[in-house]
Design a protein around this ligand. Structure first.
Ligand code: SF4
Length: 278
């Protein structure tokens, strides 16, 4: 008798997650969880301040375009003539085979005077380029946007870039003094543009295949990355909460569960704050 195959839903692959297998500390368990949670985590991997900075960076570059006063850091990307309205992931998506949808929403798509496109993503971090441990993931993310733009006939993508806003380290008293404002302080972020080469078709197809393989596993891999303690901590928290949830609840037990869940949430948050990164 033929072995029963697990039912596999269509995989929705976010551009940001395409490059996870390229991380030096890649963990299949993490990849499985990411692909199956569809972004609905009870926590965020990065503190929200980074999203705020990226969003404000985008507003400033948009303003520069509107005013015809392009930021000099963008000069290396060619003669940019238009700042296109970026698509949302609901429209910026394509089928990859019958079993997968690739989707995403880039931070910026610029048009050049020759009609070609530049796709960019804003990153608030030190601009270490390929020495950044997250660089392979960023490269795959931009390559996925290129794949989407060309599949959806937005145009030919001539360049891909990371636009870093890098915290400026103040070294003189004058620099410190210049950051005082009437109501608070302002922190200086320096803009650096790092051009990124796209992945080859073979590299893209390889990453699609890894995502398919991990998504199609019948169960989440039990073993995490050797030495990574985060899963052990989360398992301990779940051990504390789940028995009470399964046992059903009197009113007092429900109060206790709420307390334990709040404790768990607070401990997970405290744990995550041990690893600040941009
Ligand atoms: S072992 Fe670490 S990297 Fe792997 S799933 Fe757990 S927390 Fe994520």
């Amino acid at each position: 008798m033929a072995k029963k195959q697990p039912v596999i839903d269509k995989l929705v692959l976010p551009a940001k997650k395409l490059g996870l297998p390229l991380m030096p500390d890649y963990c299949e368990r993490c990849h499985y969880i990411v692909l199956h949670m569809h972004g609905q985590f009870p926590f965020a991997p990065f503190p929200s301040i980074f999203s705020v900075i990226d969003s404000n960076t985008k507003k400033i570059f948009d303003w520069c375009f509107r005013e015809g006063d392009l930021h000099s850091a963008l000069a290396c990307l060619g003669n940019l003539t238009e700042n296109l309205v970026v698509p949302t992931y609901q429209t910026f998506q394509v089928d990859v085979g019958d079993d997968m949808v690739l989707r995403g929403s880039p931070d910026a798509i610029f048009k050049r005077d020759d009609g070609s496109l530049v796709i960019a993503d804003y990153k608030c971090a030190q601009a270490r380029g390929e020495y950044d441990p997250l660089f392979p993931v960023y490269r795959a993310q931009l390559s996925a946007y290129k794949y989407l733009a060309e599949a959806l006939e937005w145009g030919t993508v001539a360049k891909m870039a990371l636009i870093y806003t890098e915290p400026f380290v103040m070294q003189t008293a004058a620099q410190v003094a210049a950051c005082k404002t009437k109501d608070g302080i302002k922190l200086d972020l320096r803009v650096k543009v790092v051009e990124v080469e796209p992945l080859t078709d073979d590299e893209m197809n390889g990453l699609f295949d890894v995502a398919r393989k991990i998504y199609g596993l019948p169960v989440c891999p039990l073993q995490g990355r050797p030495g990574c303690r985060s899963c052990v901590q989360v398992d301990n928290l779940l051990d504390m909460v789940l028995p009470q949830i399964r046992a059903g609840a009197s009113e007092s037990l429900r109060d206790s569960i709420r307390y334990d869940v709040a404790m768990a949430a607070s401990r997970i948050g405290a744990y995550a704050r041990l690893f600040p990164s941009g």
